[in-house]
Write a new protein. Structure first.
Ligand code: PLP
Length: 378
């Protein structure tokens, strides 16, 4: 498998030449390679990609091309998607709740690792999947700060339940492991350090030696003016594991989604109207590529390209921005900084739109960005 060749130099060259009237995603394989290299060269363990962040075959292909061979899949459709691109993919099924039919399908796909956060779900797997060599990871949830939003409400068990789960996993003959997710867009190493110390304590209380520990996703992507530095987080993880587990230190696995793929996409929208009050209608909104902006905020790396292909930078001011549907909820959650000479027909380009944008687009009202073009640079 090789890296996808870029056909256009930049989003601007494409937009200027083609003048599309619909929103477009631009894929930048070079940026995906850069983030993958950062994880592959610095994370002290196995890097598994959380496919839910962006399941475009181009993304999976390009990750495989640079050396990512393990994938966190949330559904049978994601298993099929990954295997369709790379037959040798190692699959971790870390959506903690599954139907028996999904478990049977996972077994047929050769899933090697499952996560659980309740005994009932563990028993469901054990009734179908033979233990030999299969890993089951107990998902721990703690009240830890630092992320943009916390996942602990929906998934994860407290330390007491994880002790019970580890003992039961072991008794059933599966390889016991622990996983956690500190919440997405987390830039605070202390979140991982707190989790790791409780993981070590829980393993001792359960009387179980962990072969592996999964330190989750959650690693922050570039939002705002400066890119987060993930290397100190990787170092903090390694140090915390050594100090908490000592000689019993497990092998590590991470499963980033956002931080791997966010910078690999630019979303280009077009100005449909500039209203009398200065607010703006774009041709994409929260039912399209901005689906997570109500919970995460809108990305703020924004450029505007005018008719002549030049970037407009004068008199940047905050403007209210609406999406194209007839639903009044379809409004970006915070004003967007846009130039004072913004005009109908201009393109507004949002960088860092690779995660949870392409994967969550709907066709509500007949809108929704579906086109994707590969470029050399964003
Ligand atoms: C089990 C699991 N692992 C990894 C991820 C990826 O998280 P992120 O995109 O914050 O890195 C998620 C996100 O929902 C998840 O549920």
């Amino acid at each position: 498998m090789s890296i996808t060749p870029a056909i256009w130099a930049t989003p601007q060259t494409y937009l200027h030449h083609e003048q599309p009237d619909h929103p477009m995603f631009f894929f930048i394989p070079e940026n995906l390679k850069k983030s993958a290299d950062l994880f592959l060269q610095n994370y002290p363990g196995l890097v598994s990609y959380a496919v839910k962040a962006n399941d475009a075959p181009e993304v999976i292909e390009n990750l495989v091309a640079v050396g990512v061979g393990a994938f966190d899949v949330a559904s049978v459709a994601e298993m099929a998607r990954v295997r369709g691109v790379f037959k040798g993919a190692v699959l971790h099924y870390n959506n903690p709740v599954r139907s028996p039919a999904e478990i049977r399908a996972a077994m047929d796909f050769g899933v090697v690792s499952y996560s659980v956060d309740s005994v009932s779900e563990l028993e469901k797997i054990a009734a179908i999947v033979p233990a030999n060599g299969v890993e089951i990871t107990a998902r721990l949830a703690l009240p830890v700060a630092g992320a943009k939003y916390d996942f602990g409400d929906k998934f994860g068990a407290g330390p007491e339940r994880v002790v019970e789960l580890l003992q039961r996993i072991s008794a059933l003959g599966f390889n016991p492991s622990i996983t956690f997710h500190p919440g997405t867009q987390c830039a605070d190493p202390q979140a991982w350090v707190s989790y790791i110390s409780v993981c070590a304590d829980v393993a001792v209380r359960a009387g179980v030696r962990l072969a592996r520990l999964n330190t989750g996703g959650g690693y922050a992507a570039h939002r705002g003016q400066t890119a987060p530095d993930l290397v100190p987080i990787f170092t903090a993880i390694e140090t915390a594991v050594q100090s908490a587990f000592g000689k019993a230190a497990p092998k590590l696995v991470c499963e980033p989604g956002r931080a791997l793929v966010a910078d690999a996409f630019v979303l280009a929208t077009r100005v449909k109207a500039v209203r009398d009050d200065g607010s703006v209608f774009l041709n994409d909104g929260i039912y399209g590529g901005f689906g997570e902006s109500p919970s995460m905020g809108t990305v703020d790396r924004v450029r505007v390209m005018g008719d002549n292909g030049a970037i407009k930078t004068d008199g940047l001011q905050p403007r209210k921005a609406f999406g194209p549907t007839c639903d009044s909820l379809d409004t970006l959650p915070a004003p967007v900084m846009l130039p004072d000479d913004l005009s109908e027909g201009d393109y507004v380009l949002f960088s860092g739109m690779g995660a949870y944008a392409h994967a969550t687009v709907t066709r509500f009202n007949g809108y929704g960005v579906t086109d994707m073009v590969t470029v050399q640079q964003g």
